[in-house]
Design a protein. Sequence first.
Length: 278
Amino acid sequence: MNQKQADEIRQNVRNSYSEVAQASDNGDCCGEQSSCCGVSSDEDINTLVSTRLGYSETDLVSVPQGADMGLGCGNPRAIASIRPGETVLDLGSGGGFDCFLAAAETGDDGHVIGVDMTPAMISKARANADRGHYSHVEFRLGEIENLPVANDSVDVIISNCVINLSPDKDRVFSEAFRVLRPGGRLAISDVVASAELPQSVRDDLQLYSGCMAGAAHIDELVQILADSGFTDIRIAPKDESKDFIKDWAPGRGVEEYVVSATIEAVKPANDSCAGGCC
């Protein structure tokens, strides 16, 4: 993929999720082009989507109204083992839903950072944080390929159905490795490819923004993580996710090629020679 194609994909994703944020603010459904989000003006629908992904009803009522937009393909916090006082980074934080849940686990002595490349999402998340009086949660505008976060400053990175949207996943995981402290960990829910995607799917920008066309194959992700310096790499596909993925693009058969998965990895405690930096 050349730079022009990558920029086109990134801009299309940014535009799509800007529309999602604005539609949510206006009480409208996000539409087919943002098919992975499931966002709706109906709170009951969003609750159904989120509980299907592994969130409890207690989770849903504990955050500011509007933070749960029905986005995602899993619950990364469930595998993150967040501890009090830790610093948590959410890649592609959207309306702030997972950040607010993480903040309850870090406590006031911890810190949660959400990064999103869509200004409308950052504005929405900051407004939600103000309503919820979250003093230890902040949202930064930026790309996950170029994180506005200092080296060795984060204990755990979470992300929910976002990395598949990046046209440069090598860079995403390289940046993740950079900002994690030695011993830091990844806890990600994302869409991955379990079979080779047809070129007609790969070339469909709507399916890319819909969290399908950009999915990397499991074996490719393992290699990217290892090349970035991570160890203890575990990718666990969730075959049951095909039941809701088929609804993202009805009639396209995408569930034959992609599946939701959890992605876990660790930055070695002694990383001076990890990632080929020696």
